[in-house]
Structure formats: structure tokens, C-alpha cells
Design a binder for this molecule. Structure first.
Ligand SMILES: NC(=O)c1ccc[n+]([C@@H]2O[C@H](COP(=O)([O-])OP(=O)(O)OC[C@H]3O[C@@H](n4cnc5c(N)ncnc54)[C@H](O)[C@@H]3O)[C@@H](O)[C@H]2O)c1
Length: 152
């Protein structure tokens, strides 16, 4: 058997993704990581801060209206980048408040003893979006610092 290195180490280069909730936290970290790895991204958020991501490889969608946002994002991906491969459906709030409003000790009860860094979640997303995850179908990649395992 011969081993040969991959010519595309992340198997992501050239893909086009839509990332929702891209202006902050996990979404922003995901946009940054995907672009680092050769992905072009339509970055969608209701917060105008998403404009800060605008660049050669990132097309922001700031004017998010519920009915039309998905269509607009898909159309932008096709018009600007010519294809669409990945949807990172990240936008949202947790429990009854935005994640930005959660207390600092959130995550201290995980086996790891801390909350995740956005980049740690982005790494899992990048793997799932890559060709390396080709045999993962309909699976849940539980990324919770071991909380669900500890709970039995
Ligand atoms: N951080 C955690 O511990 C945790 C745990 C479980 C699940 N999550 C989920 O992960 C996602 C991201 O979390 P985060 O920590 O990065 O949150 P965050 O609050 O830092 O970022 C969420 C982003 O989504 C945007 N957003 C919210 N609703 C939107 C909408 N309807 N349309 C467009 N943009 C919208 C916000 O403007 C914000 O920029 C959320 O869906 C959250 O529920 C987070």
C-alpha cells in the first residue's frame, strides 16, 4: 500500500458556503476559518456588523427579512460565486436570551470546565463541510465538552 499526501489538505478549497448568524461568535469564527481554507462565503446576519466581513471571498447579506433571506442568500451565492455546496444554519439565540448575554460562568459545569471557544465549534463545522466527512450521513456531531456523556 502506498501513502500519498492529499493535494487539498482540508478538502474544502473551492467550495461555496452560506453561513447564517455570521456577524459574531460561532458564525463569525466559521466564516473566518472557512475562508482561511479556501471557501467562498455568503455571510448572513440581521446585524449590520456582518458588513465588516465583506471581501473578495465574502459577500454579506445584512438586510435579512424572514421571508426572503434564504432565497436572497442562495441567489447571491450563485451570482457571485457560481455554485453552492454548504449551508451552516447557525443563526439563533439560546434558551431565552442571546448567547452574548449569557453569564461568564456558563460552561463551568461541563467535564472540560469551560464553554467552547467559537473556533472550536468552527473546526467541527469545517470538518463536516469537507469531503473528509463523506461517510457521515444523518449523524449528529455532539460538540458539548462532554456534557451529554457525563449526563449519561
Ligand atoms: N454558545 C453556546 O454555548 C451555544 C450552545 C448551544 C447552541 N448554540 C447555538 O449556536 C448558534 C450561535 O451561537 P453564538 O454563541 O455564536 O451566538 P451569538 O449570539 O454570538 O451569535 C448569533 C448571531 O446570530 C445572529 N442572528 C440571530 N438571529 C438571527 C436571524 N433570525 N437572522 C439572522 N441573524 C440572526 C445574531 O445577530 C448574531 O450575530 C446559536 O444558534 C446558538 O443557539 C450556542
Amino acid at each position: 500500500m502506498s501513502l500519498s499526501p492529499s493535494t487539498r489538505p482540508d478538502d474544502l478549497a473551492g467550495k461555496v458556503a452560506i453561513v447564517t448568524g455570521a456577524a459574531s461568535g460561532i458564525g463569525r469564527a466559521t466564516v473566518e476559518l472557512l475562508v482561511e481554507r479556501g471557501v467562498r462565503v455568503v455571510a448572513e446576519d440581521r446585524d449590520d456588523a456582518v458588513e465588516e466581513l465583506r471581501g473578495e471571498n465574502v459577500a454579506p447579506v445584512a438586510d435579512v427579512t424572514e421571508e426572503d433571506s434564504a432565497r436572497r442568500a442562495v441567489a447571491l451565492a450563485r451570482e457571485r460565486f457560481g455554485r453552492l455546496d454548504v449551508l451552516v444554519n447557525n443563526a439563533g439565540v439560546i434558551i431565552d436570551k442571546t448567547v452574548a448575554d449569557m453569564t461568564l460562568d456558563h460552561g463551568s459545569n461541563t467535564p472540560i470546565g469551560r464553554a467552547a471557544q467559537p473556533r472550536e465549534i468552527a473546526e467541527v463545522i469545517a470538518f463536516l463541510a469537507s469531503d473528509r466527512a463523506s461517510y457521515l450521513v444523518g449523524s449528529v456531531a455532539m460538540t458539548d465538552g462532554g456534557t451529554s456523556v457525563a449526563a449519561g
